[in-house]
Design a protein around this ligand. Sequence first.
Ligand SMILES: [Zn+2]
Length: 371
Amino acid sequence: MKPNLLKPQPVQDSVMAPEPTFALHGQPSLGLSSLAEALKAGLSQRRYRFQTEASEPHLVLNFITPTAALPYRRRAQATFVLSLLELPEIPAEPVKALYQYLVRALSNMLLVYAPGQGAHFLTLELGHFVEPEGERFIERLLDRIEPIASSTLVINNIFDPELEPELWQGDAQTKALSKAGELLKAWDLLPAPFPIEEILSPQDLRHVKRLYGIGGLSYGNLSARRDDKRFWMSASGVDKAKLREIGRDILLVKDYDAEANAMRLSVPPRLEPRRVSVDAIEHWLIYREHPSVQAIIHVHAWMDGVPSTQFNYPCGTYQLGEAVAEQVRQAKDPASAVIGLKNHGLTITGRSVEEILKRIEGRLLNQVPMS
Ligand SMILES: [Zn+2]
């Protein structure tokens, strides 16, 4: 056990946003125009600097309409796009009916405003929560939006084609991960990925893939420790019920490169690797701090009475990783923790993949409570 593995180190200043900036894009509809002004004033009050689109803002408020859900084309990967849409009424099944706008506008988050009723938020992770109109409405909206603008996405991968030949076909851990993926599917804990290919043009799909390494949205991920520094983890956007190929379905994470703000992976040579799950930073933070943690499973499901993070940070941000790691640190046994991710799902640590599955079997609720 090396002492430096135990000491959590803050993310480098260079990747943090000391003074977040924001920009507006698109034309707000009538109902949204006063909301836009109020949000703009509120963000400025909270020391967010308004920027023209020429540079690379941290947050973009992208105004769309039902017929023109046009994307804001990021120049910087770390730009968070909140798309805003006005509707006379919120549909009965908001996630089902509105998720397409979120994806079509290539946004990280969608705010649907129904004048007189309130705002519904949708997140990329299928989160859905409501702020009714009334007292402190703008403040409450900003409380949802603002911390995201200053969060740091860790979605870049650096691939080192140096994986030991004896691991090219995987090991006992990767076999356990494949099995666990099949089981999660059988337990109906892997929601069907959103059919992103059906609603995006090939050009937009390429844009999404470049930005997030998403090859078709898919939810949940699993990992298992290989040794004191490295761990195996499922790839991004792949079917978790069919984890087979090393470097494509399962990757070996060896480190987080703070300077490049990227995960470093060992992959077999002569293979076009897929990206690792965006939650790799979260798992990395947990493994680094707790040598006793041997496996981690993340599902979009819930369990009654679990401790939870307080804010809905998006997947793949350093801040979500830190918030989860903090809850793991507080757990009676960090190697046997079930942590709630607010409006999102669960991260579960264990002594092996099998041990986690045994512990959670029959205890998970498929519906994540939203607040
Ligand atoms: Zn998730």
